[in-house]
Structure formats: structure tokens, C-alpha cells
Design a protein. Structure first.
Length: 327
């Protein structure tokens, strides 16, 4: 029987166990895919701990790449033998084989290998919707400053490169001098080490006191309040993660005195709710990677059976760039 990493209870990395699973035939609108690699993301931690609850037992993993083994009725954009990749709900990519909805699965260009695809789908599509769709009311133009937290992570390094290609001046934050240098090497115009610098003061200095048009924040609790201080009037606070924990309840009235600010909580799965939207966003990502303007950096690889260690390293902030589980 195929193997998968499952949890039977919410908790720490020790809950991740290798198990045999039954995999049947795809139903209408579904495909069966044999993985070559699976991506690791912080949302996997939220699901493991129960912050984002799912039914148990649960196979984790939101992005992967492999080969289509079977196609259900009504699936017209994929065929048996196709190389394919996805970022998708429900979870299940920490597995050798899975049956899943086909709408978020796309054919993989020959020039992109399985590891790269597994490392980039969720993170790359996230960077795409942030920089292309999650925009301040005044829009973004070449030369505009944006602030991006966790700039040396998987999403961050893609965003640094994509922002450079768009002509934006991305100010990145990270937790060490080495991670700041990594962000700079990938296109950030400035990098702030929040472990020893006040990022609000640095943002104000860099922007001549004006602030940025938008903050992209996946850190959550530890950065939320100070991120608001970095925004210029009518700026946008775009929250898309909770790596440090969820943001406490917030009074919308506070946004007025700070400059009539906008606040949004984004999730990828709203943006890829249809097959057409998924394909359009994936085409944009594939074009950026194919052009060389965005390179996918894989800094960590683990065998599937070592998923628990991968989670420990991710939560311990020991990782940079993207991480893949090899299957």
C-alpha cells in the first residue's frame, strides 16, 4: 500500500507518523497523482497544531508535483502520463499517491523539474496574488516602496525577485544578517534585521518619513501593530499568515487616526477557487520562472519519512528559501 505522513491528533511534530493508506480510483472531476516531491509550508504547521482544524486522521501537505496516473470523468485539461503540479485544498501532498480534485492541478512545463515545481506552487502563486492582485487603493507603480516580512523565506525570496521585475522597491525584514543578505541577493532593495533593528524606524528612514504603500505580512502577532506604523496614508496592511501566532482582536477604529488605512486578510484558496483562475495564475508563475527573472531556491530537502524533522527546522527558523520532501 502507498505511504503517507499523517496525524491522528493535533500537536507537535511528533504527531507526524508514516502510515499505509488506501488510494482508490478518481471520481468525477478528480485525478490520481503519483508524487515525486511535496512542498513544505507554514500552513502545514497551522494544520498540524489545529490552528486551522481539519478532520482526523489527516495527511498534511498543500503543494506537490508528480505524474497523473488516472483521470476521472469530466477532467479535460489533464491526461494519464502528464507531468503535473498543484497548490490545493484539501491537504494530502505528504504522500506517495493521492486522489484529489483536478481543478487546481496544472500541467507542468517540461523545463521545470518536479522538485522545483513542488517548492514553488503554493509559494509562487502566493507571491503572484500578493504583488499582482493585493494592491493598495492608489495602486503600485514602478519605484514604489513595499514592505515584505520574512523576506528570506520561500514566499519572500520569490517576492523579492518578482518585485524587482515589476520595478518595485521591496524592503525586506528577516531575523539575521545572513537572511537579510539573502533577501538582498534576490532583489530586495533594503533589508532590515528585526532582531537588532527597529523596522519602523528603518522604514521611515528609507522612505524619507513617508512610509510604504503596502505591507505584506505573514508573521502575524509579532509584527502586526508595528507594520501599521510603516504605512503611508491610505496604505494597505495585507495579512496572509500567522507564523508568530494569530493577531489578537483588533479595533477597526484605530485605522482612521493612522491615516485612513486599509486592512485585508488574504488566502490563496480564494484566488484559485476556479480552474480558470488557477491556470491563469500558474501561467504567470511559469512565465516568470521560465524567463529566469524568478529562480526557485531550494535550501532544504528531506525524505518523506523525515517530515517531523522538517517541521522542527521550519518552526525553529532554521530554514531559508523553499523546502521539499522527496518521495
Amino acid at each position: 500500500m502507498p505511504l503517507a505522513i499523517q496525524i491522528k491528533a493535533f500537536g507537535g511534530p511528533e504527531e507526524l507518523q508514516l502510515a499505509e493508506v488506501e488510494v482508490g480510483e478518481p471520481g468525477p472531476g478528480e485525478v490520481r497523482l503519483r508524487h515525486h516531491a511535496s512542498g513544505l509550508n507554514y500552513i502545514d504547521v497551522y494544520q498540524r497544531t489545529g490552528l486551522y482544524p481539519n478532520a482526523l486522521p489527516l495527511t498534511l501537505g498543500m503543494e506537490g508535483a508528480g505524474v497523473i496516473e488516472a483521470v476521472g470523468t469530466g477532467v479535460l485539461h489533464l491526461a494519464v502520463g502528464d507531468r503535473a503540479a498543484y497548490a490545493a485544498n484539501p491537504p494530502g501532498s505528504y504522500s506517495e499517491v493521492r486522489v484529489m480534485p483536478a481543478k487546481n492541478v496544472v500541467r507542468l512545463p517540461d523545463a521545470i523539474d518536479f522538485d522545483t515545481a513542488a517548492a514553488m506552487m503554493l509559494k509562487g502563486l502566493t507571491a503572484q496574488y500578493l504583488l499582482k492582485k493585493t494592491l493598495p487603493v492608489e495602486g503600485l507603480e514602478q519605484g514604489d516602496f513595499v514592505l515584505f516580512h520574512a523576506a528570506a523565506g520561500g514566499v519572500g525570496l520569490i517576492a523579492c525577485q518578482w518585485a524587482r521585475a515589476l520595478g518595485l522597491q521591496l524592503i525586506g525584514t528577516a531575523g539575521s544578517a545572513a537572511k537579510c543578505q539573502l533577501a538582498l541577493d534576490h532583489g530586495a532593495v533594503h533589508a532590515i534585521d528585526y532582531s537588532r533593528q527597529d523596522f519602523v524606524a528603518e522604514v521611515k528612514r528609507i522612505t524619507g518619513g513617508r512610509g510604504v504603500k503596502v505591507v505584506y505580512d505573514s508573521v502575524g502577532k509579532d509584527t502586526f501593530d508595528k507594520s501599521l506604523e510603516c504605512l503611508r496614508p491610505f496604505g494597505l496592511m495585507a495579512s496572509f499568515g500567522n507564523a508568530s501566532g494569530p493577531v489578537p482582536p483588533f479595533a477597526p477604529g484605530a485605522l482612521g487616526p493612522k491615516g485612513s488605512l486599509y486592512l485585508t486578510r488574504q488566502t490563496l484558496f480564494t484566488h484559485i477557487a476556479t480552474r480558470e483562475a488557477t491556470q491563469a495564475m500558474a501561467d504567470d508563475l511559469f512565465a516568470m520562472v521560465g524567463s529566469g527573472e524568478v529562480k526557485i531556491r531550494i535550501d532544504q530537502r528531506y525524505p518523506l519519512a523525515q517530515a517531523a524533522q522538517a517541521h522542527r527546522d521550519l518552526e525553529g527558523r532554521k530554514t531559508t528559501g523553499s523546502t521539499v520532501l522527496e518521495i
